[in-house]
Design a binder for this molecule. Sequence first.
Ligand code: PEP
Ligand code: MG
Length: 873
Amino acid sequence: MKKYVYSFQEGTKDMKSLLGGKGANLAEMTNLGLSVPPGFTITTEACIEFYNQNKEISDELMEEIKKNVTLVEQQLGKKFADKDQPLLFSVRSGAVISMPGMMDTILNLGLNDETVVGLAKSTDNERFAYDSYRRFIQMFSDVAMGISKSRFDYVLDGKKEEKGYKEDPELTAEDLKDIIEKYKMIYLEEMKEEFPQDPMKQLYLAVKAVFSSWNNARAITYRNLNGIAHDLGTAVNVQSMVFGNMGNDSGTGVAFSRNPADGTNKIFGEFLMNAQGEDVVAGIRTPKSIDELKTVMPAIYDEFISSAKKLEQHYRDMQDIEFTIQNEKLFFLQTRNGKRTAKAAINVAVDLVEEGLITKEEAVMRIEPAQLDNILHPNFDEKELKKAVRIAKGLPASPGAASGKVYFYAEDVVAAKERGEQCILVRQETSPEDIEGMNSAEGILTARGGMTSHAAVVARGMGKCCVAGCQEIRVDEESKVLKYADKEIHEGDVISLNGSTGEVYLGDVKKVNAELTGNFKKLMGYIDEIKRLGVRTNADTPRDAKTAIDFGAEGIGLCRTEHMFFNEDRIPKVRRMILAKTAEMRQKALDELLPLQREDFIGIYEVMEQRAVTVRLLDPPLHEFLPTTKEDIQELADSMGITFDELRDVVNSLHEVNPMLGHRGCRLAVTYPEIYRMQARAIIEAALEVSSKKDYDLVPEIMVPLIGSEKELKFVKSHIVDEIEKVFAEKGKTIKYLIGTMIEIPRAAITADEIAREAEFFSFGTNDLTQMGFGFSRDDAGKFLGEYEANEILEVSPFEAIDQDGIGKLMKIAVKLGKETRPDIHLGICGEHGGEPSSVEFCHSIGLDYVSCSPYRVPIAKLAAAQAVVKSK
Ligand code: PEP
Ligand code: MG
């Protein structure tokens, strides 16, 4: 028979897939000798079996659970359901990958009308016992049975009002007994049966509720957002209770072994005396900094610090630890690798390498490429910030800068985002139902909750800017107003959040680029040591090129020359070139463009210094360049010395039904070779000039777009080479150069052996290769690809991540064929996929030499390239 239940002594941290993250860690802590309240874990396999059995718990499983209850009873010398000294349990879900969308904790399970009396006597604290019982009824009803918590809050608040109390602790045992009776009535009304008095039945229902919560809507959303498989199932942890609310020598808290916001190596956390865990997480009472524990309970503080260090050394990572103090004794309830911001992830990983705890490879594997994106993005401009109107300050829960329109409900944020708005989600406090809204928002602002509140934890995980517990504002969700001082902000008004300081500002405050120094540089150093793939950038201006170099780009993999003409000054010249009625007119336009192009390339070569630069010759989809308005046509006609009608006729004749498959790329040069001649001349003249001026050894790489056949390339290339020879003759100087091609048409991929006879390098244009390989128009596919994803025909858009099975296969064929002809052919990719982590890994695996991507994605591509090496080992 399969074993479905493991006591904490039986597990280890390596049994995560069976015991869930929490269960595996409870077992590991137990076996490390830390003081962990005894308990057991019901496995993820039991959860899967539960779903196989039509959501029923089998008798065999109940037997195993009972046996383990007995084991705990023996360890503690207490009995479950005992009238004098009852053993109580907490019940928690614990998936393999921690999931905030799932069932919350149920505490104090085992209490009933009789055991509560025993608990009161054995602790000599009647108030504590009845408070525990009322909490249990409320949590069990809400969490396990789905009865709205507000019904219970209403009773509790009513009692406080009746007695004129401000805080919960003022409630007396008698008050609590009365509340309990009312709570049980609510249960009866809602469930049509009495509140279960049999502790074993309570346990049975609680386990069932945890298993069921695996498939609640929040959990499913969370898994979809985070790419977690739906068939893993969750484990259930059943653990004997310790109490943080047994008086002023008890307490509870959550702490990280290092700062999860910036990675500083100093314990970071919060605690509350005389409270249970839910009080800290729910953000109802404002917790104290863990540093204060030093004064409140110095010995416990020291024990906690040394245990936290021990756990960190053992797990070799920053830990997120939950603890409880019961009558001056410390207990550990949970440890796990702490969620952290990108900044903290980098700082912790680099520090751990320097402390000798992990290797550089491990450090590199600890950073999520997508997470890296956060720190590469802008922060507020300090100068602008000084001028901005600050309206409040809360807790700096998750760093970054965000601006957007205020919305008070998650669904409104989702809708606004779909309309293309940038939004800030403003809530009293967030709950797991808000997760989609949080995901769609630029930032999150809450009036309540601490640094470990739901909003803070989830936002950090998502890498979203978040200001939590902002007590200087009041949020009236119902009437959709945010009040501060004596003023109001309404839905749709714009605010800005600084998640690194907790400050809130009016309006949209300007942002600036992140500073990438210190540990970021060190991490990039590790990455450079490990990765094999080169990482270049797609840049068309000296400014973009400079940004990319600052981010670590090793060269330019794609300079799209048509982008150099997208400005008011130049467009008329390009139009005159395209629309010329005679060869003379075209040459005149080209003569005007030549010096401009040469200056462009000089600018780029100077910024790039000796780094490789691949310039792609003109590839303008014609529709992007033709004049459309009457005024434009008239103006252009005037400048060309022809009539409006004449020019309009030319424009009409050039109109294409499908411009992306039309007269673009090298096809334009087949018709008008003088265009590529001009560009080749500009490149070579620029390279000669910069080489001699700076004493560089530049090797220009000239790339021909949209090649489909060898003969096509041969024809275009003959013109390019001829023009370059002319330049050499005129200048009396030569320079080494390369001519290569993009592989972006399927025909080119499957005849790459022939094309390689003419091409000295290939660069995969996976945007077009995907467009033409799938037959999905790049400009139109967005309209229907959503349905492909929704119906699981495609996992992600093939324009985002390379479709490895199809488009990737074309690439593999081209690599193989290209190398057959030219074994040392240089291979790269310059489609948008060059900066997408799974595609980078694929490029590594098929043996490309480099990837090229937009400047901001360079560090992500580098990280993915290094991770590909480690993974392939
Ligand atoms: C490509 O097709 O992948 C490419 C890089 O070229 P463009 O996006 O300019 O068509
Ligand atoms: Mg292309």
